[in-house]
Design a protein around this ligand. Sequence first.
Ligand code: GCU
Length: 681
Amino acid sequence: PGNGYEAWLQYRRADRGTNDERFTEYHHIVASVQDEVMRSAVDELSDGLKGITGRSVSITEDAVSTPCILLGIFGASKAIDQAIDADTARAVKAEGFAIQTDSLTRNIAVGAATSAGLLYGVFHLLRIMGAGGAADRLSLVENPVNPLRMINQWDNMDGSVERGYAGKSIFFENNRITGNLERIKDYARLLASCGINAIAINNVNVHRVESRLLTEFLPEVAKLAEIFRSYAIKLFLSINYASPMELGGLPTADPVASDVREWWRLAASNVYAAVPDFGGFLVKADSEHRPGPFTYGRDHADGANMLAEALKPYGGIVIWRCFVYNCKQDWRDRTTDRARAAYDHFRQLDGSFMDNVILQIKNGPIDFQVREPVSPLLGAMPRTNQMIEFQITQEYTGQQRHVCYLVPQWKEILDFDTHLQGMGTPVKRIVDGTVHGNPYSGFAAVSNIGDDTNWTGHPLAQANLYGYGRLAWNPELSSEEIAGEWITLTYGNREPLYGIIQDMLMSSWEIYESYTAPLGVGFMVNPDHHYGPNVEGYEYSPWGTYHYADCHGIGVDRTTATGTGYTSQYAGPNREMYESPATCPDELLLFFHHVPYTHPLHSGKTVIQHIYDTHFEGAERAERLLAAWERVKEHMDEEAFRQVADRLAEQAEHAKEWRDRINTYFFRKSGIADERGRTIY
Ligand code: GCU
């Protein structure tokens, strides 16, 4: 208790608002367990009820007393078919569920078409109970909006986690797969509880040892798959494109070479022998020094299709990442624009990928910055499966030392209207597969967990993992609703605690943005580890991430008229909106335009005054976050309080460093003083 390990699955009795008494009569579960997923559902419900009601729980196959909680599959459970009418049952899709309270008996029925649906139904019911909802009026149907709801671990087998800020890997240590399967199981529970149904367990950068997950480590991979299977989560592996050479000793990894194709066919057949429901391969190829088909003069479709063919007989899929760009660019070269790269590489390949290939596209064209426009590749390939990739781990958003609740950012991206099929073609409808009728689509995101006891280092960063899952399940949920659920399940819903944390979370992204890189320009971080301010950290580097500040102005001209032409990758109205500084939204101005410091924003301020104001305010607001947290002290466990307080203190200090570096830099470049005469160095 207090150490954060149980996260949002605490099932505590105390402090559950006004209604928790309503559930104390439920301590009897009726279910006949058919498989391991249903076993998990029943176990979870039993543990959850025990915690919430404080009573011991009985489980029987038939109802022996009322009120009880009935679990069952439609058509297989008489009790469920009686409790839930046929029309409601028909509305429940493969992973969905219905929950219904009988007003006479007060029995709660959870019905689903599959045991996965039942598991999600149980977690949903426990969420309602944990929030003190009313049991007597339950009548709901839920179906996940996105077919794939995936987590990508960036874990390496030496135990390190790429861009991990919460300790070491829970999956690997000393170049072996962990023996601590309890922790893996608890992770599976956390993921399943918010609707995740797929996981790639190793980093997309696959090095020598990790390549062998496909071969000698398969028996242990199978053990992990077994755990995830019992929570309805499919296991995927990131693969090394050069495996036929590195593991198979072949002279080439050319996707059209028949021995290479044969090598992958055999590899797939071995994987499926060990893990019959294996999900497939996640691939980072021809990206940041990773091998790929380019070496052999082939394109991404050749590469992906070769793997897809090997997986096809088993129902497996290839998830091919579109994070492909020139990372050895010359900063003097103004014609190459990294933002264009994904679209320029992939768009032309529309229609040439097999139907079990999905392209995984980062939410923005650069790299998970605090503010970026939406990737124009999303939706631009009507004949190709696509999924969106988010980053839960806070690489560029404070590395879990700063609080930054990312759900509002993801919501903005999902709600963005691409106009690709006229008005009303938002990103969320593209990635859920409805716009183009794709067989595969959905969400992927880089996990933010490690072996820290509380999983995420910063306790408030748990809200991002939870929120990601909930949003993948239903992108219509609001940021406030999701934050509210998380706070209630984690800290309880009593005031003033609830309101204080809600305000902190809801303002945190804006605060972080306000004291870091301004107006969508990005980066300004220290090279390599990406923590902390360094305005020119990437200005003369080969990574393609520049802001071009001089004594007159700042920003990247990505217009079609005078710049790199990136704006032309958007559909009509968006292209026009971004093309002109008059219509470009303020928050993205410097992503699209190079403007003088005196350029007036829509807000009425000049660019330079905006920079000063937001940085002074941002640092003050970061300090106020700490002050706000002090007010919850008396309402929570000492350890839980301290974990957040320490980090907020660091954030407040570090925000000042950001403020002073950025303000000083631009004051010295522009020579323009702050209108309000505040201290700039
Ligand atoms: C970023 C990140 C890398 C990561 C890469 C990727 O560039 O800094 O660590 O490997 O994204 O998404 O592949």
